[in-house]
Design a protein around this ligand. Structure first.
Ligand SMILES: CC(C)(COP(=O)(O)OP(=O)(O)OC[C@H]1O[C@@H](n2cnc3c(N)ncnc32)[C@H](O)[C@@H]1OP(=O)(O)O)[C@@H](O)C(=O)NCCC(=O)NCCS
Length: 149
């Protein structure tokens, strides 16, 4: 499956399906809106979409300037396409454009439902830098960091 999937620079046209995937995965989350995605993509950064025959099956949005530098604002792969290496390919694509000595940051929920995501980041070389109790209001989250070497 992986070979047929192309990674390309993300444009606003890719956002609608990416929002739909996110709404399915995080149905209760108020932060996830088209404005959030547009605003994130509009900032300087590195953002890529994964396409199968021109159909968007995933994407990543990373901005250069946030609370910290190089913050992943959004990453998602369509359900049927998970666990086939596409998420890792998106992270590799970003990593390739960063310099030695830089870091990438991301946050992930500390609950059971996000264990898979945390494992995904750790598998891709991120180190868990610790838990923030109220990162998502009532819910705790982890901050993970990957050093570019
Ligand atoms: C997290 C996500 C982007 C990873 O993309 P992917 O293409 O599925 O990841 P890859 O195929 O490159 O890597 C798969 C690895 O991640 C793990 N993983 C990723 N998501 C997982 C999940 N929800 N549950 C269990 N394991 C998961 C797999 O077990 C696998 O590890 P293994 O090879 O040791 O078994 C994708 O699963 C996804 O969209 N999840 C829902 C949205 C989400 O959680 N986004 C991150 C928010 S912090």
């Amino acid at each position: 499956m992986e070979d047929k999937i192309k990674i390309t620079k993300m444009t606003e046209e890719h956002l609608k399906p990416l929002l739909k995937m996110g709404k399915k995965h995080w149905p209760e989350d108020g932060w996830l809106t088209m404005s959030y995605l547009k605003n994130s993509l509009g900032q300087k950064g590195l953002s890529y979409a994964a396409l199968e025959n021109d159909r968007v099956i995933g994407g990543v949005i990373m901005v250069f300037e946030d609370i910290v530098k190089n913050w992943i604002r959004y990453i998602i792969i369509e359900e049927n396409y998970r666990n086939s290496g596409t998420g890792s390919r998106l992270l590799e694509k970003i990593t390739k454009h960063l310099k030695h000595g830089e870091s990438i940051f991301v946050d992930a929920g500390a609950g059971l439902e996000d264990r898979g995501a945390v494992h995904f980041y750790e598998k891709n070389g991120f180190k868990n830098r610790g838990k923030v109790k109220s990162l998502y209001g009532k819910h705790a989250g982890y901050i993970l960091e990957k050093d570019i070497i």
